[in-house]
Design a protein around this ligand. Structure first.
Ligand SMILES: Cc1cc2nc3c(=O)[nH]c(=O)nc-3n(C[C@H](O)[C@H](O)[C@H](O)COP(=O)(O)O)c2cc1C
Length: 148
């Protein structure tokens, strides 16, 4: 009798997501930031990656999701990118469905006033408002506002 082993279909279809923060290492000009976004959207479309990129007072907060191998490759590239530093993964894992199906990479610049509104009572935990320290709970709270 032979036993055939195979990967269940639902496993191979899982979506990987990564949420991370980083600090801008250089003061990115509007033009440089725009080029980064255009390139990211182009790449992400090809690689079936969706998500959100927020720029908050010198800090990036990004949610990327897509096929596991593509997300791993992208995260590796992002990690090696010298336009930012101090990358910190706040959460990563697998989900059955995407959260941001429609956005190749929604980009939004968020002011401190908007950040305060988004995180409400956690405002005192930010530590340094010039480079706000976004933690896991804050990130979740922030991304919830972008639910579609
Ligand atoms: C904060 C930040 C977010 C980025 N997000 C993405 C992204 O979502 N998709 C992407 O392809 N590149 C992203 N990049 C750029 C990558 O680090 C890398 O430069 C790019 O993927 C290289 O693309 P290429 O291999 O086609 O030249 C990001 C870079 C930074 C600094």
């Amino acid at each position: 009798m032979s036993i055939i082993l195979f990967t269940p279909h639902y496993l191979s279809d899982m979506i990987k997501f990564v949420i991370y923060t980083s600090k801008t290492s250089t003061s990115l000009s509007k033009i440089a930031l725009n080029a980064l976004i255009v390139k990211s959207r182009h790449n992400n479309k090809e690689n079936l990656i969706t998500g959100i990129l927020l720029h908050i007072n010198g800090v990036f907060l990004q949610y990327i999701e897509g096929p596991e191998d593509k997300i791993d490759q992208l995260y590796q590239k992002i990690k090696e990118d010298d336009r930012h530093k101090d990358l910190k993964i706040l959460e990563s894992g697998l989900r059955e469905t995407r959260k941001y199906n429609e956005w190749q990479m929604l980009f939004k610049k968020i002011t401190l006033a908007e950040l305060y509104q988004l995180i409400g009572n956690k405002k005192d935990d930010l530590k340094n408002i010039n480079m706000p320290l976004i933690d896991h709970d804050m990130a979740k709270q922030i991304f919830e506002q972008f639910q579609i």
